[in-house]
Design a binder for this molecule. Structure first.
Ligand code: SAH
Length: 345
């Protein structure tokens, strides 16, 4: 595989352009083109610079392979990487803006029992430019005049962002940069299964993204049943890291809690969750489990989800049930890629 130009910061891009003997303004031209989701060959730089760049760099590191469109405006994507790997993404349209969900790894090694992304293990980390290109490509498809196509980004596709810390933080730097897409950190959410030490590092980075923790259980024992990472870090360690994150960034943090019938969704669990989170600057996002056919876990009903939310609210915890989107196009949480890979066999 050739190198990926989108991995570079603007400063690094400038150095490359100057080393190839081109004028400094070409770097700006190139950066503008790439931010618009163009291939190197489609940017406005002169032919000789393009030719030199293409000797070393991929023209199109992330290609849209397939689009699935829902009646509610949600779109699910399969992207093909330069080495042939497939990743997936989702684009959701809301009244207040459009959110794109990006992948950070091909596959995942965290092994959560309810998740499809981890079924085949980790294939490889994505580079920062491969994460960024998912956004620039989809942003370009939805841009309307000066109105951005993508306003919000969630790192909730396949992969564990904090298990690919260097590339993910490189992506955060470049996507928030003025010469790049210039998306505010406030509009970016990073979701983690709870790699506590990396949460401290993220807090110290100076890019105050919204921190989302996949909690899903109220006790360490319960968590160990469904999330292997719980053998490494306890809920107490994660909460301590969240406190540090809040201290450093002033941003309230969010817990994801996927409701699984017979596992974590009854009144006793709601009471435990209230006791655990009381007084914390947090919000709880409740989602009904998306059933994965390779797994046996069952989703809680919609009625159970609303009852659970009401119990949390009654106990002084801010909580909402996340609306499921794109139900008609299926393939939630890593299932699109899994299904596609199977069909390709
Ligand atoms: N690795 C990161 C981000 C990826 S997944 C993390 O663990 O947070 C984004 C969210 O979807 C996580 O909260 C994850 O636990 C959840 N998730 C995964 N599979 C799911 C499923 N089948 N149903 C509901 N939520 C799921």
């Amino acid at each position: 595989m050739k190198k990926i130009l989108q991995d570079l910061s603007f400063e690094q891009l400038k150095t490359v352009v100057l080393e190839l003997g081109a004028k400094p303004f070409r770097a700006k031209q190139l950066a503008e083109g790439l931010a618009k989701g163009k291939k190197i060959s489609q940017t406005n730089v002169d032919a000789s610079l393009k030719q030199e760049l293409l000797k070393e760099y991929e023209d199109e590191p992330v290609k849209v392979e397939k689009i699935f469109r829902s009646v509610d405006g949600t779109e699910k994507y399969l992207f093909r990487l330069a080495d042939g790997n497939i990743i997936e993404g989702v684009f959701m349209q809301y009244k207040y803006g459009n959110t794109q969900c990006v992948s950070t790894q091909v596959g995942c090694r965290m092994g959560c029992k309810f998740c499809a992304s981890t079924l085949g293990g980790l294939v490889r980390n994505l580079t920062s430019g491969e994460i960024l290109s998912q956004v620039t490509v989809i942003n370009a498809m939805h841009q309307r005049g000066s109105v951005r196509g993508v306003t919000n980004i969630v790192l909730m596709g396949s992969g564990e962002p904090l298990d690919n810390f260097k590339e993910v933080t490189g992506f955060l730097k470049n996507v928030t940069a003025a010469e790049g897409l210039n998306i505010s950190a406030r509009n970016i959410s990073l979701s983690t299964c709870g790699i506590a030490p990396k949460i401290y590092e993220l807090a110290d980075l100076g890019i105050p993204v919204n921190l989302t923790i996949s909690l899903h259980q109220t006790t360490d024992e319960g968590r160990r049943r469904t999330m292997p990472i719980a053998n490494k870090y306890t809920i107490a360690e994660i909460l301590k890291a969240c406190d540090y994150y809040f201290q450093k960034t002033g941003r309230r943090y969010i817990f994801e809690y996927s409701l699984i019938d017979g596992e974590n969704a009854d009144a006793a669990h709601a009471a435990e969750l209230i006791a655990l989170l009381k007084g914390r600057p947090c919000h709880v996002n409740l989602i009904r489990l998306n059933e994965v056919k390779e797994r046996t876990l069952k989703a809680a009903s919609s009625a159970m989800a609303y009852k659970f939310a009401a119990a949390l609210n009654g106990g002084g915890i801010s909580a909402t049930v996340r609306r499921s989107m794109g139900g008609d196009i299926g393939g939630a949480c890593g299932q699109l890629r899994a299904g596609y890979l199977k069909a390709e066999d």
